[in-house]
Design a protein around this ligand. Structure first.
Ligand SMILES: [Zn+2]
Length: 695
């Protein structure tokens, strides 16, 4: 079964100029790499592997027991990894020199036995592997492995791979089922997916064995002497079980926070920290692709079950996951408030990148558009919104509604800086998410998951071929495909038909047999031998989305067009004073949406803006409060339904016999921009995706 790791295959795809994704990838290559290099230097991360004392090592942590420098290894590793992806087609002497210098420092920091972790070398020597649950030692190791893979891929040398393999050897000796080994696994998964990628490169069975051990041992209630490993290690290091980190909501180790409350195969719902859960499931899905035993079948079933629970009950319309800030994770089913002062909303950038990684893994063995639709949803919304148009400022949390406490604003960096370099890694390797190649018995099938203008090179029967897709997607859903090279009858394509175009797509010239299978349209070799160029049309008419009836924000409407989710901002709607909480949207607004192709002068961005010219109203909160006479509720007039229907076109005032319980004013024009574009043009930081429904 093809591996198709995007971090490997992206080099076979060139993103063509002119598209949104091309612009963002250019921005990270031109700006993000250098900005982040500068920050790595200013903060001490760049030099940390010279093993000199840094004041941060003695600082009290912002979040006990996690020292502020605990992720420095991974910050450096992720930057190296992202840089190596971008250097493939953006040579840059300064970045190149920095990578070489960092690799030299990392090599020099390695301990004689192969150990390599800043905190336990510098701050707590002698205590390595005593707190796998919270101290991110193996998480950092995972990112080091991924950096080494990217480095070796680019430079064709083992300068980074060599020390990392030595470290992995030490880990393989240290962890496992034997009596003299540690029966533990990381609190923050990452190394598992990295080891599987490493195994693909090295074919060393030790790498697969260690990944399998970490995945399958996780959550074992009797892992060590009849105890859960995390209970065992807590007692072994003498910690007070009643002293708990702020991200634990209960005593007893809060194992669900780590997705370790049960073995993965027994987990019914996706729980806890959303990034951890996604990295873990990405590895679990990949392991089931590599191995085909009975245990792997159970693991695959669990992966499907947890994916379904997440996408059906715990995902925002933007593709964001994780509603609860305290533990950066999933709330209970359907708990999806939009912002801090409405009950919370976290939607961390890394979590949605994790959803993309997981979807991409599942697609390698289950070609179903429900995975690629979600992958696209995350990319264009929850993920792209996390970076400014020029790649210099970021959001960590991607709320659907702003508040005074959390306005829609960006920062250049964070103390825990997982998200910004994750954007580098993702956009650096984004070409690998667009296509998958599958070869068997001399024939090749190319799956097209994403519509991003690009040229993909692949082989059919050892002959090189290219497939180009050109479009103005996501603004226009007409996509022109062209195959290069002589026709052959061993090539077929499978094109994703997004759910938003399930009943409206068409192919020109048409296919005799045109029913997609699980959301993918099979274009057979008989068609392709005679048709070397064809057009897929996916109409992108504006539409409304409403959440599940049980959802916290169930009675809301969100405007979408193609894969793009829209929001409003105060920059375009200057009258707003309450983060658009009082705005009401009637479904009839869909018949009154104007589309405008905008070229924003300040940012240079081009996008389709939407304006609702009828069907938007604003509740007169003060008038309603007067009616309530000091209470937080009031009675609804008997003829309310009639009044609500009239309210779309009229303004009511208190005392009017037909007035509803909500005094409303018509909004003449409610202007929307893509959610990913928020917080790029200044303003007060008022923004919202979902609006209370007025019907
Ligand atoms: Zn993050």
């Amino acid at each position: 079964m093809a591996s198709n790791y995007p971090q490997e295959t992206f080099t076979t795809t060139t993103i063509l100029p002119g598209s949104l994704i091309h612009q963002r990838r250019e921005a990270v290559a031109a700006n993000t790499l250098l900005c982040q290099l500068d920050i790595l230097k200013k903060t001490g991360r760049y030099d940390c592997f010279n093993l000199k004392w840094h004041p941060v090592y003695s600082r009290a942590p912002e979040v006990w027991p996690v020292p502020d420098h605990l992720f420095w290894d991974s910050d450096v590793a992720k930057w190296i990894e992202g840089a190596c992806y971008l250097l493939h087609d953006h040579p840059h002497p300064k970045i190149d020199a920095s990578i070489h210098e960092l690799v030299g420092l990392i090599r020099s920091a390695q301990q004689p036995d192969g150990y390599l972790n800043l905190h336990y070398i510098m701050v707590e020597p002698g205590k390595r592997f005593t707190n796998l649950r919270d101290m991110h030692e193996l998480y950092n190791a995972g990112h080091m492995i991924e950096a080494a893979l990217a480095h070796q891929h680019l430079y064709k040398t083992d300068m980074l791979m060599e020390p990392i393999l030595k470290y992995v050897d030490l880990l393989h000796k240290t962890f496992g089922p034997a009596e003299d080994q540690i029966h533990g696994y990381p609190g923050h998964p990452e190394i598992e997916l990295a080891l599987l990628r490493l195994y693909h490169r090295t074919q060393d069975p030790k790498h697969l064995e260690l990944a399998s051990y970490f995945i399958n041992e996780r959550g074992n209630p009797t892992g060590v002497n009849g105890e859960h490993y995390y209970d065992f290690e807590l007692r072994a290091r003498g910690d007070d079980p009643y002293k708990r980190p702020s991200y634990h909501t209960e005593v007893g180790g809060c194992k669900w926070y780590y997705s370790a409350h049960k073995p993965i195969t027994e987990q019914e719902t996706v729980e806890g920290h959303s990034v951890r859960a996604m990295y873990l499931l990405t590895a679990a899905a990949d392991l089931t692709r590599v191995s085909s035993d009975k245990a792997s079948g159970e693991l695959r079933k669990a992966t499907y079950r947890l994916w379904n629970n997440m996408t059906q009950r715990k995902m925002y319309v933007t593709g964001g996951i994780g509603a609860v800030k305290q533990y950066e994770g999933f709330g209970r089913d359907f708990f999806l408030p939009q912002g801090t002062d409405e009950g919370g909303c976290y939607a961390e950038t890394c979590a949605s990148i994790g959803v993309m990684m997981l979807a991409q893994r599942i697609l390698q063995y289950d070609l179903d558009s429900r995975y690629s639709d979600v992958m696209e949803l995350c990319l264009y919304n929850a993920v792209l919104t996390a970076m400014s148009h020029d790649g210099t400022a970021f959001t960590y949390v991607n709320q659907l509604a702003s508040s005074d406490a959390d306005p829609a604003k960006r920062s250049d960096w964070f103390t825990v800086a997982c998200c910004p370099p994750n954007m580098l890694r993702l956009l650096g390797s984004i070409g690998g998410y667009i296509y998958s190649d599958n070869t068997s018995d001399g024939s090749t099938s190319v799956d097209v998951h994403l519509y991003i203008p690009s040229k993909h090179t692949f082989t059919v029967d050892s002959q090189e071929r290219t497939l180009a897709q050109e479009s103005n997607y996501p603004w226009n859903g007409t996509i022109r495909f062209t195959l290069d090279g002589p026709p052959d009858n061993a090539l077929s394509l499978r094109l994703r038909i997004p759910a938003f175009a399930a009943n409206t797509w068409h192919l020109d010239p048409p296919l005799p047999q045109t029913q997609p299978l699980k959301g993918y349209l099979h274009v057979p070799s008989s068609y392709l031998t005679t048709t070397r160029s064809f057009t897929l049309s996916l109409p992108t008419t504006p539409r409304l989305i409403s959440p599940h009836p049980y959802a916290t924000n169930a009675h809301t409407l969100t405007l979408a067009r193609g894969p793009i989710i829209y929001c409003v901002e105060d920059v375009d709607n200057a009258w707003v004073t309450d983060h658009f909480k009082s705005v009401r949207l009637d479904p009839v607004c869909l018949e009154h949406v104007h589309e405008d192709d905008v070229h924003d002068q300040g940012t240079g961005e081009r996008y389709t803006a939407l304006t609702v010219v009828k069907g938007a109203r604003m509740c007169d909160v003060e008038a309603v409060e007067r009616k309530m006479a000091g209470l937080p509720f009031c009675e609804v007039p008997r003829d309310n339904r009639h009044a609500m229907a009239n309210g779309v076109n009229g303004t009511h005032s208190a005392g009017d016999s037909t007035a509803d319980s909500e005094e409303t004013k018509v909004i003449e024009e409610l202007r929307f921009v893509p959610f990913y574009f928020r917080a790029n043009r200044g303003g007060k930081g008022h923004s919202r995706v979902g609006f209370a429904r007025a019907d």
